[in-house]
Design a protein around this ligand. Structure first.
Ligand code: DAH
Length: 302
């Protein structure tokens, strides 16, 4: 373009030649530009076609699918076992009163057992989060009295706890309750042994250890032979060969009475077990905090 604009300074006789030559150069440059531009567009198109090619023969990506929480799975296994033995599921409230959670279960305000079951309090006096499913015993008795009872009471319980690998501030429990005429300790033992065999296998061995709960008399703790080491002693059973799986006992006469049943005529047994603890043992999970941490990498393994 500079040459074109400088043409007036070129001597007159050379002008046609210079002009012609400048035109030739201009046309050659324009042609080269068009050609090169085309080539670049073509190669970038080829690149895109190659790199973004859709291979319809590749298997698709699986959409993420929700699953059943391991604690719920264990609860459902437990319902199925107890259903076969004639137990119905009876749900009661998470938000309880001090009266049901403690008083009616034979745990008055001054009772030292209250320390073990400390909980969360609401701003309404006497309204608390339940520390165990046991207050459901009173509710189910008051609903069914004087009929016989055979129920399991599942649900979330809450405790004032230092959270650690072994204890959480919330967890599930499954309570068992049987009330009727002539219910004996033998019935309790038979039912719980049968449960243990259905849950842990035909050859599961169990033992009852004396214990104490204010709402049962006598009270016991049931252990099942460690199904990980077969009773030889390992890290899971801490060398003892036994795993503690539930608390149990004959319903205390005062508790029966609080439910409306005359203890001279009726008797019963009750038990409480922790589904997370069972899931923990079954899957060898070493930290109870995983259950409510909401980490899909944990949850999707079940
Ligand atoms: N409520 C007890 C707890 O939270 C467990 C329990 C023990 C329940 C003995 C019972 C029972 O029904 O008979 O530790």
């Amino acid at each position: 373009m500079q040459i074109f604009s400088g043409l007036p300074q070129v001597p007159k006789e050379l002008r046609p030649q210079v002009g012609q030559r400048a035109n030739q150069v201009k046309q050659a440059l324009e042609a080269a530009l068009v050609e090169r531009g085309g080539a670049i567009r073509q190669s970038s198109l080829e690149h895109v076609l190659n790199s973004e090619r859709l291979d319809v023969t590749l298997p698709g990506r699986k959409p993420i699918q929700g699953g059943i929480h391991p604690a719920t799975q264990t609860l459902r296994d437990l319902y199925a076992i107890f259903a076969e033995m004639g137990f119905q599921v009876y749900r009661t409230r998470d938000v309880e009163t001090d009266e049901y959670n403690f008083e009616l279960l034979n745990i008055p305000a001054y009772h030292p057992a209250r320390d073990m079951w400390d909980t969360f309090y609401t701003t309404t006096p006497g309204v608390i989060l339940r520390t165990h499913t046991s207050p459901g015993q009173i509710r189910v008795m008051r609903e069914y009295c004087p009929d016989p009872i055979r129920v399991v009471l599942p649900g979330m319980c809450y405790r004032y706890e230092q959270v650690s690998a072994r204890s959480e501030i919330q967890f599930n429990q499954l309570e068992l309750m049987v009330v009727g005429r002539n219910i004996t300790l033998g019935d309790m033992k038979g039912t719980l042994n049968d449960f243990a065999r259905r849950m842990f296998g035909e050859n599961a061995r169990t033992r009852l250890r004396p214990s104490y709960f204010p709402f049962t008399e006598p009270s016991a703790e049931m252990d099942v032979e460690c199904f990980i080491c077969g009773g030889k002693g390992c890290a899971i059973c801490k060398g003892s060969g036994w795993l503690e799986i539930m608390g149990c006992g004959m319903v205390h006469p005062t508790v029966l009475q609080n439910g409306g049943y005359d203890p001279r005529e009726f008797s019963g047994f009750a038990a409480g077990l922790g589904p997370e603890r069972i899931a923990l043992l079954r899957h060898r999970i070493e930290d109870i905090r995983y259950f409510w941490a909401n980490d899909v990498r944990f949850l999707e393994q079940f």
